[in-house]
Design a protein around this ligand. Structure first.
Ligand SMILES: Cc1cc2nc3c(=O)[nH]c(=O)nc-3n(C[C@H](O)[C@H](O)[C@H](O)COP(=O)(O)OP(=O)(O)OC[C@H]3O[C@@H](n4cnc5c(N)ncnc54)[C@H](O)[C@@H]3O)c2cc1C
Length: 455
């Protein structure tokens, strides 16, 4: 067994883990970020999740910034993102396209600038416990087993792997049958005539999502499309979904398709995950063929890439000091221990049916995420960020979105750094101090903060 010693270990290099490690590294703690794949990004890169949505409320007020906004600005400076643009699907106000290949490189630069040691190709598969504390985690690597010891740990695996291994109680799926949101294998097509797509939309508005901003569509660059109800219904593919969804970019003739759907499988069970990958790839070939044959604008298009893994919307989530509820979200509830906000609606891809259930946030259009959702029960030197924080199945359907995961990541990394610095435990932190540090580092925590122009 080989040993590495750190102050803070962040496990899982997706949106939450990247932002957690940036925050912990910048706090001066010796930080190690562990990732099982050969690149960072999580669902954004491994499963081709694109674009990021959303940094804004439906009225266009920015409610997520901090390290997430810094990443967007670095991408913009590298000509690898247009920044926040209007969503022509009409589901939210803004979306944030980006080039995933530039992102993979840029993010390692940013982490190294923050002094973070990044370990790729390292699968964390064991927690070493000392009572109710994690003393180390163990990694399976090409050069044998490693043990990484630290004072504070952050679980950003998406699946709450470290929480589960260390004994934190975890939940899965909806009440009753415990089914989770479906998995989706995403893919890209190139050679798409997007002008033709737009013309078709303007001429056949009834065939598209009713919230599509048709009155502005002529002027707006096409960023996303939801609908083709008639074509989809006529094709009658064996996929339990009721419409086609795709987003444009990052290339001019390129789209990212989010239309396959694999239901009834548990992404934390080996045979289920295997079956999900197999079914997902079969569906990709079916949908790409359907689009090429039937959708105006896709006549010359071809499949250009498929996710390295199937996209997992929902798996384990922790039981924390507080469980965010759907009513907290839709009422736009404020919490004293707010460490991040989000304006993304509840967006439940039906675990067993064809559709999507949505509910929009009332009040000023954003809800607070309390620090207590990041603090698990039972294990005292662990924080959790990203899609596996403590929420109900319904509330997870908004906190799971990438910008929110980035924001909870920044909060968890900041809290871990602060706990290390003060030689205390996450649950004993003075939340005011945590909030002050987050605010000093660009996070948006109050509805009165209006530091960005409304889009
Ligand atoms: C089909 C689909 C569509 C979506 N659409 C959108 C969208 O349009 N816009 C948007 O903003 N969001 C979207 N999302 C949501 C978003 O992509 C995810 O919820 C988000 O990426 C979760 O971030 P995370 O950091 O919590 O986890 P992940 O992105 O899953 O990252 C976890 C990381 O941890 C690593 N890891 C896991 N286990 C281990 C281990 N044991 N050891 C070492 N490393 C490990 C993984 O390899 C991964 O890199 C979508 C998700 C899916 C699945």
């Amino acid at each position: 067994m080989q040993h590495i010693s750190a102050d803070v270990v962040v496990c899982g290099g997706g949106p939450a883990g990247i932002n957690a490690a940036l925050a912990a590294g910048r706090s001066g703690a010796r930080t190690v970020l562990i990732e099982r794949y050969g690149f960072l990004g999580g669902m954004s890169t491994a499963a081709l999740v694109y674009p990021w949505m959303t940094f804004h409320t439906t009225a266009g007020k920015q409610v997520i910034a901090g390290t997430a906004q810094e990443i967007v600005e670095r991408l913009m400076a590298a000509d690898a993102s247009p920044g926040h643009v209007r969503d022509t699907v009409g589901f939210v106000r803004t979306i944030t396209p980006y080039d995933p290949e530039v992102y993979k490189v840029l993010i390692v630069d940013m982490l190294r600038e923050a002094g973070v040691r990044v370990l790729l190709h390292s699968l964390m598969d064991e927690a070493v416990m000392d009572g109710d504390r994690i003393s180390a985690i163990r990694l399976a690597t090409k050069s044998g087993r490693y043990e990484v010891s630290a004072r504070q740990f952050v679980d950003t695996t998406g699946d709450a792997d470290l929480a589960q291994l260390s004994g934190v109680p975890c939940l899965k799926g909806r009440d009753g049958d415990r089914l989770t949101q479906p998995m989706t294998m995403k893919f890209r097509m190139r050679g798409v005539d997007l002008d033709k797509v737009k013309r078709y939309m303007l001429e056949h508005p009834d065939e598209f999502y009713p919230k599509t901003p048709f009155s502005e569509l002529e002027e707006l660059p096409l960023s996303g499309v939801l609908g083709y109800f008639k074509h989809w219904q006529e094709a009658n593919l064996p996929i339990n979904r009721d419409q086609v969804l795709f987003f444009t970019g990052p290339g001019r003739d390129e789209v990212l398709v989010n239309t396959t759907r694999v239901q009834g499988l548990d992404a934390t069970v080996l045979d289920d995950l295997t079956e999900g990958e197999v079914q997902g790839r079969k569906q990709v070939l079916m949908v790409a063929d359907f689009m090429k044959r039937h959708l105006p604008g896709f006549e010359g298009a071809s499949l250009s890439s498929v996710g390295a893994q199937i996209g997992v919307r929902e798996s384990r989530r922790i039981e924390g000091q507080y469980t965010l509820q759907v009513s907290d979200v839709v009422e736009g509830r404020a919490f004293d221990d707010c460490i991040a906000r989000s304006g993304y609606p509840i967006d439940i891809h039906d675990p067993s049916g064809k559709g999507v259930q949505a509910a929009w946030v009332q009040g000023d259009g954003a809800y607070d995420i309390p620090y207590r959702c990041l603090v698990p029960k039972r294990v005292v030197n662990l924080l959790v960020a990203g899609r596996c924080i403590s929420t109900s199945h319904e509330a997870l359907a908004t906190t799971r979105l990438t910008p929110s995961c980035m924001a909870t990541g920044q909060a968890a990394g900041t809290a871990a750094g602060l706990a290390f610095e003060q030689d205390t435990l996450p649950h004993a932190l003075d939340v005011r101090q945590l909030q002050d540090r987050l605010l000093a580092n660009g996070a948006l925590l109050h509805s009165s903060q209006a530091v960005y122009e409304t889009i």
